[in-house]
Design a protein around this ligand. Sequence first.
Ligand SMILES: NC(=O)c1ccc[n+]([C@@H]2O[C@H](COP(=O)([O-])OP(=O)(O)OC[C@H]3O[C@@H](n4cnc5c(N)ncnc54)[C@H](OP(=O)(O)O)[C@@H]3O)[C@@H](O)[C@H]2O)c1
Length: 303
Amino acid sequence: MPPKRVLITGGTGLIGSRLTELLLEKNYEVRYLSRSPGKVNNVEAFEWDVKKQTMDTSAIAGVTGIINLAGAGVADKRWNQDRKKLIMASRTRSTALLKDTLRDIPNQVKVVVSASGINYYGYDTGGVVKKEASRFGDDFLATVTKAWEAEADLIADLDIRVVKMRIGMVLSRDGGALDKMKMPIKYGLGAPLGSGDQYVSWVHIDDLCRMFIYAIENENISGAYNAVTPYPVTNKQLTKEIGKALGKPVFLPKVPAFALKLALGEMASMVLGGVRASPEKIMTEGFEFKYPGLKEALSDLFA
Ligand SMILES: NC(=O)c1ccc[n+]([C@@H]2O[C@H](COP(=O)([O-])OP(=O)(O)OC[C@H]3O[C@@H](n4cnc5c(N)ncnc54)[C@H](OP(=O)(O)O)[C@@H]3O)[C@@H](O)[C@H]2O)c1
């Protein structure tokens, strides 16, 4: 019997909002754990404070599945030491708070699906195909995802099934990476970044949310999974395809790496480096993509 009451942390964000729509369509009852429950009006929301390590524990009553998405935006602000601490702590401390609550409060939770990222493999991986057993990287975001996954793994000690979704670049209608890439291309200012040859492992937001639901509903799914399509593209191909889909051909020369480093600081590694991740594991478990190819994904998102 699949769990029908699902609690989402960070449910107000890009992924959580779409995931909520798809869960509600499937007659799930959805709840959020949020820093600002008063601002949520589509589902019942409960307060938590990750810094103070407190939460309204009535949130977990009757919940059988948790989806853990909370975390400060990695691309929202330039990284300095304080921002890096927040990016890390908002993920590890929130997951630790979930674990402590599940350990201390009687509950019926059977599965926790926790977000992670393909940044796990590091950002300087060239064209090497990364599978779930591949080694983790050593840059900042690799360190964050490794620590985040380690916290999630501790929940498995409570006899709860744990799934870690290593998410790639999420393409969605509003917000997220596609919005940021679309804008300059629309105004004829789009250009590949750095060498343009770096791999972008992407996923249509609906496929990603369907993957989260698949993980909730299928007991054979546990451990880490790359949440990306089987057809990654290079940054150059992605920029050109977005241009084609918008009817705005991209003709400008590449933006040099030094200019991006100057503008973005260490954060530039996110766009200059690439990861070519394989979703073979989740496909072997029976998951089918609705939008495996970039052309059909973009034509759906720009429709
Ligand atoms: N989008 C992508 O392309 C992508 C790729 C790889 C991995 N991911 C991971 O997937 C997760 C969800 O992504 P998303 O794009 O939906 O993120 P998002 O839009 O930034 O939403 C994240 C949510 O986390 C909560 N949050 C923000 N700052 C927080 C803090 N300091 N402490 C505790 N909670 C905080 C917020 O919910 P409240 O305000 O309600 O508390 C926010 O709505 C993220 O953790 C992200 O790292 C995303």
